[in-house]
Ligand binder design. Structure first.
Ligand code: MRU
Length: 371
């Protein structure tokens, strides 16, 4: 699909290259990761971010571990170090558990080669999964557009960045958008700025612009108003963890969009690769750990001055208390459908277990949805 360079890649020498997303949209800088510590730092500081990309980076982090020291102890240490970087996106644990199981099953001398193959597989699987999500989402977009008067454009609203920068290619929520644009659908995207880190304004706007998809950045608080005035046909977002009963954890502010969508009869879809489903958790509000990030993300803003200098400014009175919960949970009852690589799934336990029986079984859930 993509013309742009992927946000993560492995070189022939076994080095990992990442696009430093903390510098976008102002500078395009690629960094080389050569150690577990560097991979952990890149995830924790959000040089790489987005649930699938966090998983891919952690997988390559395990490869770097095996290159350095392939003993059982070193593999376990790397798993723990990388797992501690961010608590909410379940793709991190999924990728790390998969890598650890593969590595501990072979002799230490073979581990670097096996790790390379497995991490590459995780990356390429993500591309295929997101492409399939795009195909299923395109059908939904076409059906919604068909209900509108001829010549209308399809107005989509999205939150945060669930785009190619959050995955490997395509993205999750953006995959149907890219496919619709390529198919010639008259699509336009309202992009929530997504305070406090502005992933919408900085990243989603950058990547949609890169591909020529018409879009408009809006303040987070504008979405409800636009929905009340019939300017949004469909909301589509990503997720960092979706529970066995279909509760959806995603970037802070997603829940408010789901409430506004429900109040205004706007369909609210969540796009997710199956590794984002956590069948060990049911009640998302009660059970998912919500990352609390530094207060400076709320109290300060960074950007570029007219003469090209990076500046960070404070926007609250000095010494003011701030809180920064990074994610929230949208209950399944507010979700129209879960858009996966296996099609659109109803947000309930029975439908999720029926669609992904092997993952459900691995988590101890029986077909039919009971534990
Ligand atoms: O804190 P971030 O930028 O990693 O949060 C990202 C999101 O919330 C995305 O919507 C989610 O990871 C889905 S990415 C396909």
């Amino acid at each position: 699909m993509t013309s742009g360079r992927r946000p993560i890649a492995r070189t022939a020498e076994g080095v990992v290259e990442i696009l430093d997303q903390t510098e976008l949209p102002h500078r395009t800088t690629f960094l080389r990761l050569t150690s577990v510590e560097a991979a952990a730092e890149a995830i924790a500081t959000m040089r790489v971010r987005g649930a699938p990309l966090i998983g891919a980076t952690a997988a390559y982090g395990m490869m770097l571990a095996a290159d350095d020291d392939s003993s059982d102890g070193a593999i376990e240490w790397a798993h723990a170090r990388l797992l501690a970087t961010r608590p909410t996106a379940i793709n991190l644990r999924w990728a790390l558990d998969r890598m650890r199981a593969r590595l501990l099953a072979v002799a230490p001398a073979d581990r670097f080669g096996v790790a390379t193959t497995e991490a590459d597989a995780i990356v390429e699987e993500d591309v295929a999964i997101c492409s399939a999500i795009g195909d299923h989402g395109l059908a939904i977009f076409e059906a919604i557009l068909a209900t509108k008067p001829a010549g209308s454009r399809l107005n989509v609203l999205t939150h945060c960045n669930a785009g190619r920068l959050a995955a490997v290619e395509w993205g999750t929520a953006t995959a149907p958008i890219y496919k619709a644009h390529a198919a010639g659908l008259p699509i336009h995207v309202f992009v929530d700025e997504t305070r406090p880190r502005n992933q919408g304004a900085s990243l989603t706007a950058w990547e949609l612009g890169e591909r020529g998809v018409p879009h408009t950045v809006i303040a987070d608080n504008a979405g409800g108003h636009l929905m009340q005035h019939a300017q949004v046909d469909v909301v589509i977002v990503g997720t960092d963890r979706t529970t066995a009963r279909g509760d959806v954890c995603n970037k802070i502010g997603t829940y408010l969009k789901a409430l506004a969508a429900r109040d205004n009869g706007v369909p609210f879809y969540v796009a997710l690769p199956s590794p984002t489903i956590d069948f060990t958790v049911a009640d998302g509000v009660a059970e998912i750990p919500i990352e609390e990030r530094g207060g400076e993300e709320v109290s300060h803003l960074g950007g570029v001055t007219t003469d090209g200098r990076f500046e960070t400014i404070r926007i609250v009175p000095e010494g003011t208390a701030v809180a920064n919960p990074a994610f929230d949970v949208t209950p399944a009852r507010l979700v129209t459908g879960l858009l996966t690589e296996r099609g659109v799934i109803a947000p309930n336990r029975a439908a999720l277990v029926a669609a992904f029986p092997e993952a459900a079984r691995a988590a101890g859930l029986a077909p039919g949805g009971t534990r």
